[in-house]
Design a binder for this molecule. Structure first.
Ligand code: AMP
Length: 467
């Protein structure tokens, strides 16, 4: 079906809260509106948003072209029967979730068969419109969990008309790499839906991102807080039509000092009783719990323990070495393990830089991913790593947080991180998506002081061996 595309009239900005109150219980409205399927014939029930949204925008300039997203849809016929997955005891199939067929086609193309634990536990409630909080790391499949919730919602509820600059779903993530990865995952899953996903992050071309917001209907917007605030300030984006809000890695947003920005962003969306909110965090400390109380209503809580990631699929080896022998032991580990795709973590930028240089001088193919590498270059490096053109990446924790690459066979901790959460995060780069991984830590006299805290955090004793 054709969506009408209008540019939002910036001169008549209205408050979403007042424009929506007469729609009654919005979450009930969500459920009722689900019966109207996108593309179905006949009258489409308006959503809770469109009931009242239309007058709010004043004079709108109609645009003659169809939204960009329409042209992306593959017209080749496809039938759900082509996607066969046998029911299996204790597993949830995507078929069991009643997702729109265009979404199922994307899932099929990505090769997913059964839901990961976080998907199986969160999707049934989230697809009904319930707020969800997920305690989970990357590598668990949480991105697909929230993306499927978004797509299901916006495909099943079709507004009568749309305006540019008004996303229906917003995903906020703390780092550019993570936001870009989410955007990429979203485009993959939404490939056959006709939905338009736009990603806006700092450090990249402002004007082209601005055009993407202003010139098309935006269905899903993925953003880092700073750049999103810039576009809100310049009135290139309005968040008062956001139906689903996702806050990813809430604890990192707190650590990185983004909370004032994120609060501002959340305030610009409809109130929590109207929007659906999904919040993910690796830890649920006191500060995160306060945000949950502020931003969600009776959320369904899903916990995927980090231990599942660290112990189940990753073989952890800790070698006791002298600091001065570290590089030669690293060479030995490389020769013995022959890692197909490896990330080496170290604590400081200068250390990662020296290590990367040394590896390249010694005939390896290594690339650097640290804060001193420009954003554009980091993205290119990640792409090269993903495509297998370089098989070793040397990274610091901050840069490493954005690495979401499948098929990382090994992680080496050249230095142990001081924060145990970083350890879990580092080794979670391998053993992803059901695969097995190997983690090797080179523990010297300089690292040993981190061990007690790490063991306490993991709740297990770590055994050190000679290399
Ligand atoms: P995430 O934790 O969201 O970063 O996802 C980790 C990886 O798992 C990504 O590469 C996803 O494409 C993949 N993935 C997500 N859900 C599934 C699934 N149900 N089956 C197989 N792979 C999946």
């Amino acid at each position: 079906m054709l969506k009408k595309l209008f540019k939002r009239d910036n001169s008549k900005k209205t408050d979403s809260r007042t424009s929506k109150t007469s729609s009654g219980n919005p979450k009930a409205a969500n459920a009722a509106a689900k019966t109207s399927v996108r593309g179905s014939k006949g009258k489409v029930a308006p959503t809770k948003n469109t009931n009242n949204a239309k007058p709010a925008h004043g004079k709108a300039a109609a645009k003659s072209t169809a939204p960009k997203s329409e042209s992306k849809v593959d017209v080749k016929p496809w039938k759900l029967e082509e996607f066969k997955v046998e029911p299996a005891e204790g597993k949830t199939r995507f078929h069991d979730l009643m997702l729109p067929e265009s979404v199922m086609r994307g899932i099929h193309e990505l090769g997913f068969e059964y839901c990961s634990p976080i998907q199986a536990e969160s999707l049934p409630a989230a697809l009904r419109g319930r707020d969800t909080i997920g305690q989970a790391q990357t590598g668990t499949g949480k991105t697909a969990a929230f993306l499927l919730t978004i797509f299901n919602r916006i495909l099943n509820v079709v507004p009568e008309e749309r305006f540019a600059s008004e996303p229906r779903a917003l995903v906020v993530a703390p780092t550019r790499e993570l936001a870009l990865q989410i955007g990429k995952d979203a485009e993959g899953l939404a490939k056959y839906t006709g939905l338009n996903v736009v990603t806006v992050v700092g450090g990249m071309n402002y004007e082209s991102q601005r055009q993407m917001l202003r010139d098309n209907v935006v269905d899903v917007l993925v953003a880092t807080p700073g750049r999103l605030i810039d576009f809100m300030r310049s009135q290139d984006v309005y968040l008062d039509q956001v139906e689903v809000l996702v806050l990813d890695e809430a604890d990192r947003m707190l650590d990185m000092g983004f909370i004032p920005d994120v609060k501002r962003i959340v305030r610009a969306t409809p109130t929590k009783d109207i929007r659906q909110t999904l919040l993910y965090s690796a830890t649920f400390n006191f500060d995160v719990r306060i945000l949950i109380d502020q931003w969600t209503t009776n959320p369904h809580k899903v916990v995927i323990e980090p231990e599942q990631i660290t112990t189940d699929r990753v073989d952890q080896k800790l070698y006791l070495v002298a600091e001065t022998d570290k590089y030669s032991i690293l060479e030995r580990v490389l020769a013995e393990e022959k890692p197909e795709r490896l990330i080496i973590f170290a604590n400081r930028r200068d250390l990662t830089r020296n290590l990367c240089d040394k590896l390249n001088k010694n005939g390896h193919s290594a690339a650097l991913l640290s804060g001193e590498v420009s954003q554009e270059k980091r993205i290119r490096t990640l792409e090269r790593f993903r495509e297998g053109r370089v098989n070793i990446m040397v990274a610091t924790d901050v840069a490493g947080r954005g690495i979401h690459v499948d098929g990382v066979s090994h992680v080496i901790n050249y230095t142990l991180p001081e924060d145990p959460e970083d350890y879990v995060h580092r080794i979670g780069r391998t053993g992803r998506a059901g695969a097995k991984g190997v983690s090797v830590c080179l523990v010297s006299e300089d690292d040993a002081f981190c061990l007690p805290d790490l063991e306490k955090y993991l709740g297990t004793k770590l055994e050190l061996t000679q290399p």
